[in-house]
Design a binder for this molecule. Structure first.
Ligand code: COA
Length: 381
């Protein structure tokens, strides 16, 4: 009997792992993180609580949480070699996501062999890398992390030089918690593949950053906001979007491989962005921008249904990410690295899971090339 082999373009619908970490129901528009609805975690949990939940399978109690927080907070400072590389990257003006990828690759320079220690270093240091890079490229010196601040608040402090308000910290934590894990997305799959070869955490994370960077995955929020800025006024939205679709271009922030209804993360983030802007707690932008974005969303969803009937193209996580992170004073090219800061605990949790249960990930391919060719000597070709 021959084994059935079915090729599925993009591996769509193929189950390639079992996980306890997150569940995505694309038809119901539901996302569970380790059993909790994303809406609950986004609203209530701190970043460290969610990272702990994913790494240990349960929420921490008070003493576990304070130990975990301290463990991360004491590891935030960067090794000199990492900082040196970031300085060179800033001088050469490489994109921040590339700077994060390069710098992440130096995080095992001290030869730390324990995967749990490597994991803590990665998570603790990502915000320091991104903030140091952002400051250096604009001619400012990086700030030392503040161990008294939580992970999210310290990131905003290292970027802007002032401790954020509780509302700003809450907004960032809502964002980071919302994107922490999302089934077998491309970057998580990349990390699992790398670790399945018995490679190390840092290598898996570097590969995951490379996968996240692309505009079909984590690279969309910058262009999504640029689009809202280009539209500028509500009355321009319809003609602008129509022209884009007529040219066959994709609207950034819309469509998803799995969700065929509105991405639940878009719901959570649009509420978080609304709170930030309504409380006038935003560092950048104003309420008009929020209202313009809502109008652009409405028009985009309507026009996508007209141009791509039956495709169910709805708002995805990136659209409101852009608005929220802009409100927190981040430039558009810091959106993807900030996504990586949020997703890093999820990547690592998948690596741990893969190490515990997984076999080497090694699918097969279907050969569709020629056969029976005869060798032709170089001088006769
Ligand atoms: N704007 C316009 N058309 C879109 C679209 C978008 N945002 N997303 C998908 N489509 C169209 C495709 O052009 C294709 O049309 P066709 O069949 O007429 O050629 C159809 O919908 C299906 O697209 P496909 O690329 O097969 O879907 P996918 O499941 O592989 O893609 C994304 C999912 C996310 C890559 C895709 O929706 C996209 O590129 N979105 C914009 C980028 C983005 O927001 N990325 C962040 C994802 S969280």
């Amino acid at each position: 009997m021959t084994e059935e082999r079915v090729f599925r373009e993009g591996l769509e619908g193929v189950v390639a792992a079992q996980t306890h970490l997150s569940h995505v129901d694309g038809l119901k528009g539901e996302l569970l993180i380790a059993g909790y609805p994303v809406e609950e975690l986004a609203q209530h949990a701190g970043y460290e609580e969610v990272a702990y939940l994913l790494w240990h399978g349960a929420l921490p109690d008070e003493s576990q949480l304070s130990d975990f927080r301290r463990r991360l907070a004491t590891r935030r400072a960067l090794p000199e070699a990492t900082l040196e590389l970031i300085r060179i990257a800033a001088e050469r003006k490489v994109a921040p996501m590339d700077a994060l990828r390069m710098a992440a690759g130096t995080l095992d320079l001290d030869g730390q062999p324990d995967p749990r220690e490597q994991a803590a270093d990665v998570v603790a240091r990502f915000p320091t890398i991104v903030a140091a890079y952002a400051r250096l490229r604009s001619g400012r010196q990086p700030l030392q992390p503040d161990p008294e601040l939580g992970h999210a608040a310290n990131y905003l402090y290292m970027l802007h030089g002032a401790a954020p308000s509780p509302a700003q910290t809450r907004a960032l934590e809502s964002y980071l918690n919302t994107v922490v894990d999302h089934g077998l997305n491309a970057s998580t799959f990349t990390a699992r593949i790398i670790i399945s070869t018995d490679s190390d955490i840092v290598s898996a994370i570097v590969g995951a950053i490379g996968a996240l960077k692309g505009p079909r995955h984590g690279g969309a929020p910058g262009p999504a906001l640029d689009m809202v800025f280009e539209i500028g006024e509500p009355q321009n939205a319809e003609p602008y979007l129509r022209a884009k679709l007529q040219r066959g271009e994709r609207l950034m922030g819309f469509g998803h491989r799995v969700y065929k209804v509105r991405d639940p993360r878009a719901e959570v983030l649009s509420a978080a962005a609304a709170r930030l802007y309504e409380q006038n707690e935003q560092i950048d932008g104003d309420q008009t921008l929020y209202e313009l974005a809502r109008h652009v969303e409405e028009q985009a969803v309507r026009l996508l249904a007209e141009f791509k009937p039956g495709r169910n193209l709805q708002t995805n996580v990136e659209f409101y990410t852009a608005l929220l992170l802009h409100g927190l004073g981040l430039s558009t090219d810091l959106f993807s690295p900030t996504f990586a800061i949020g997703r890093a605990p999820g990547w690592i949790a998948h690596c741990f899971e893969q190490q515990r249960h997984g076999r080497l990930i090694r699918p097969t391919s279907e050969y569709v090339g020629e056969r029976g060719r005869q060798w032709i000597a170089l001088e006769r070709r």
